[in-house]
Design a protein around this ligand. Structure first.
Ligand code: MTE
Length: 310
């Protein structure tokens, strides 16, 4: 995001869908061993999702096609262009996977992804995702409220913020060989934002496990904030008394604040945030306050100057 580049989807950005389908066919055939033969992109989690029920807060807007959701990505650990994550993320091994939970809580611990899938009822939440770069999508996520996960570890009274970390492993994430950001990718939320019922941990989309490029096996989705808050491939959750410093804030403090609420009235220093391009549509649409979730979340920021706390 910090790097100046074209943000519009072009043919060169997209993996041809037929090629993508072909990859999926191989994945389904379970050819994990092919990684050793030089086809690392064919490896994907063997995890299966159980029952998925419709969850609250879903929009009835038209969903962005699966092809676009999975080939137009931001995942700098696999390259800085939109097409690179789909091409390069095969080297990520999302199974086995575990998430360590530490810091200001009474029951710290490490949980495996199988355990997480077993212990949380999965819901479909069709949410808008609005990137700070000015494009947006509507994605049918599969996940569960972050608050249910948090409660298992019993945060104590000092826990005012939650910090999240992505995997830090140059072998699995070749983009980390370049210092385009400080690794690992870090994000954070205030405790009440984390425990808001809209905030979910996603483990799938379009009814299936998350493709690696979308943050397998588990990622955050905070629909009223710019997409970069929705950190992917999480391995660590830390309860903190003090406000975490996120990767984007570190890289560009004047451009990317801690709150990062979608706010069309606050311009990014280099461009307006008043309008957005929904992927798949021609022309632009008006960006809504809090990405359209104002009724649900405006009370979290009552009395705060949202220009100062951008
Ligand atoms: N998480 C990690 N670890 N690395 C990233 O580069 N990019 C962020 C966010 N989460 C990013 C990340 C940005 S800028 C956006 S817009 C969303 O992921 C994009 O999610 P998507 O590719 O699933 O649409």
């Amino acid at each position: 995001m910090l790097i100046k580049r074209k943000t519009d989807l072009t043919e060169h950005d997209v993996t041809p869908f037929d090629l993508y389908k072909e990859r999926r066919r191989f994945i389904k055939a379970g050819v994990a061993a092919t990684a050793a033969l030089g086809f690392p992109w064919l490896v994907q989690a063997k995890l299966t999702l159980g029952k998925i029920t419709p969850g609250p807060f879903s929009t009835d807007e038209e969903k962005t096609p699966y092809k676009d959701v999975t080939t137009y990505n931001n995942f700098y650990e696999f390259g800085t262009s939109k097409a690179e994550p789909a091409i390069n993320a095969g080297s990520l091994v999302p199974d086995p996977w575990s998430v360590a939970v530490e810091g200001e809580c009474d029951k710290p611990g490490t949980v495996g992804i199988e355990d997480i899938l077993k212990n949380h009822a999965l819901e479909e939440r069709i949410y808008r995702l609005r990137c700070v770069e000015g494009w947006s999508m509507v994605i049918p996520w599969v996940g569960f409220p972050l608050t249910d996960f948090i409660k298992r570890f019993q945060p104590n009274s000092k826990a005012k913020f939650v910090e999240f970390e992505t995997l830090n492993d140059k072998k699995q994430m070749p983009g980390q060989r370049r210092r385009v950001l400080e690794w690992p990718y870090v994000e954070g939320l205030r405790m009440d934002e984390a425990m808001h019922p809209l905030t979910i941990l996603a483990v799938g989309l379009y009814g299936n496990v998350l493709p690696n490029q979308n943050g397998a096996p588990i990622r955050l989705v905070v629909p009223w904030k710019y997409g970069f808050k929705s950190i992917k491939s999480i391995v660590k959750v830390r309860f903190r008394e003090t406000q975490p410093l996120s990767s984007w804030e570190k890289a560009g403090p004047k451009e990317y604040g801690f709150y990062s609420n979608v706010n069309p009235n606050v311009d990014h220093p280099r461009w307006s945030q008043r309008r957005e391009r929904r992927i798949g549509e021609f022309g632009k649409r008006k960006t809504l306050m809090f990405n359209g979730y104002e009724d649900q979340v405006a009370s979290l920021y009552k009395g705060m100057d949202l220009k100062k706390y951008f």
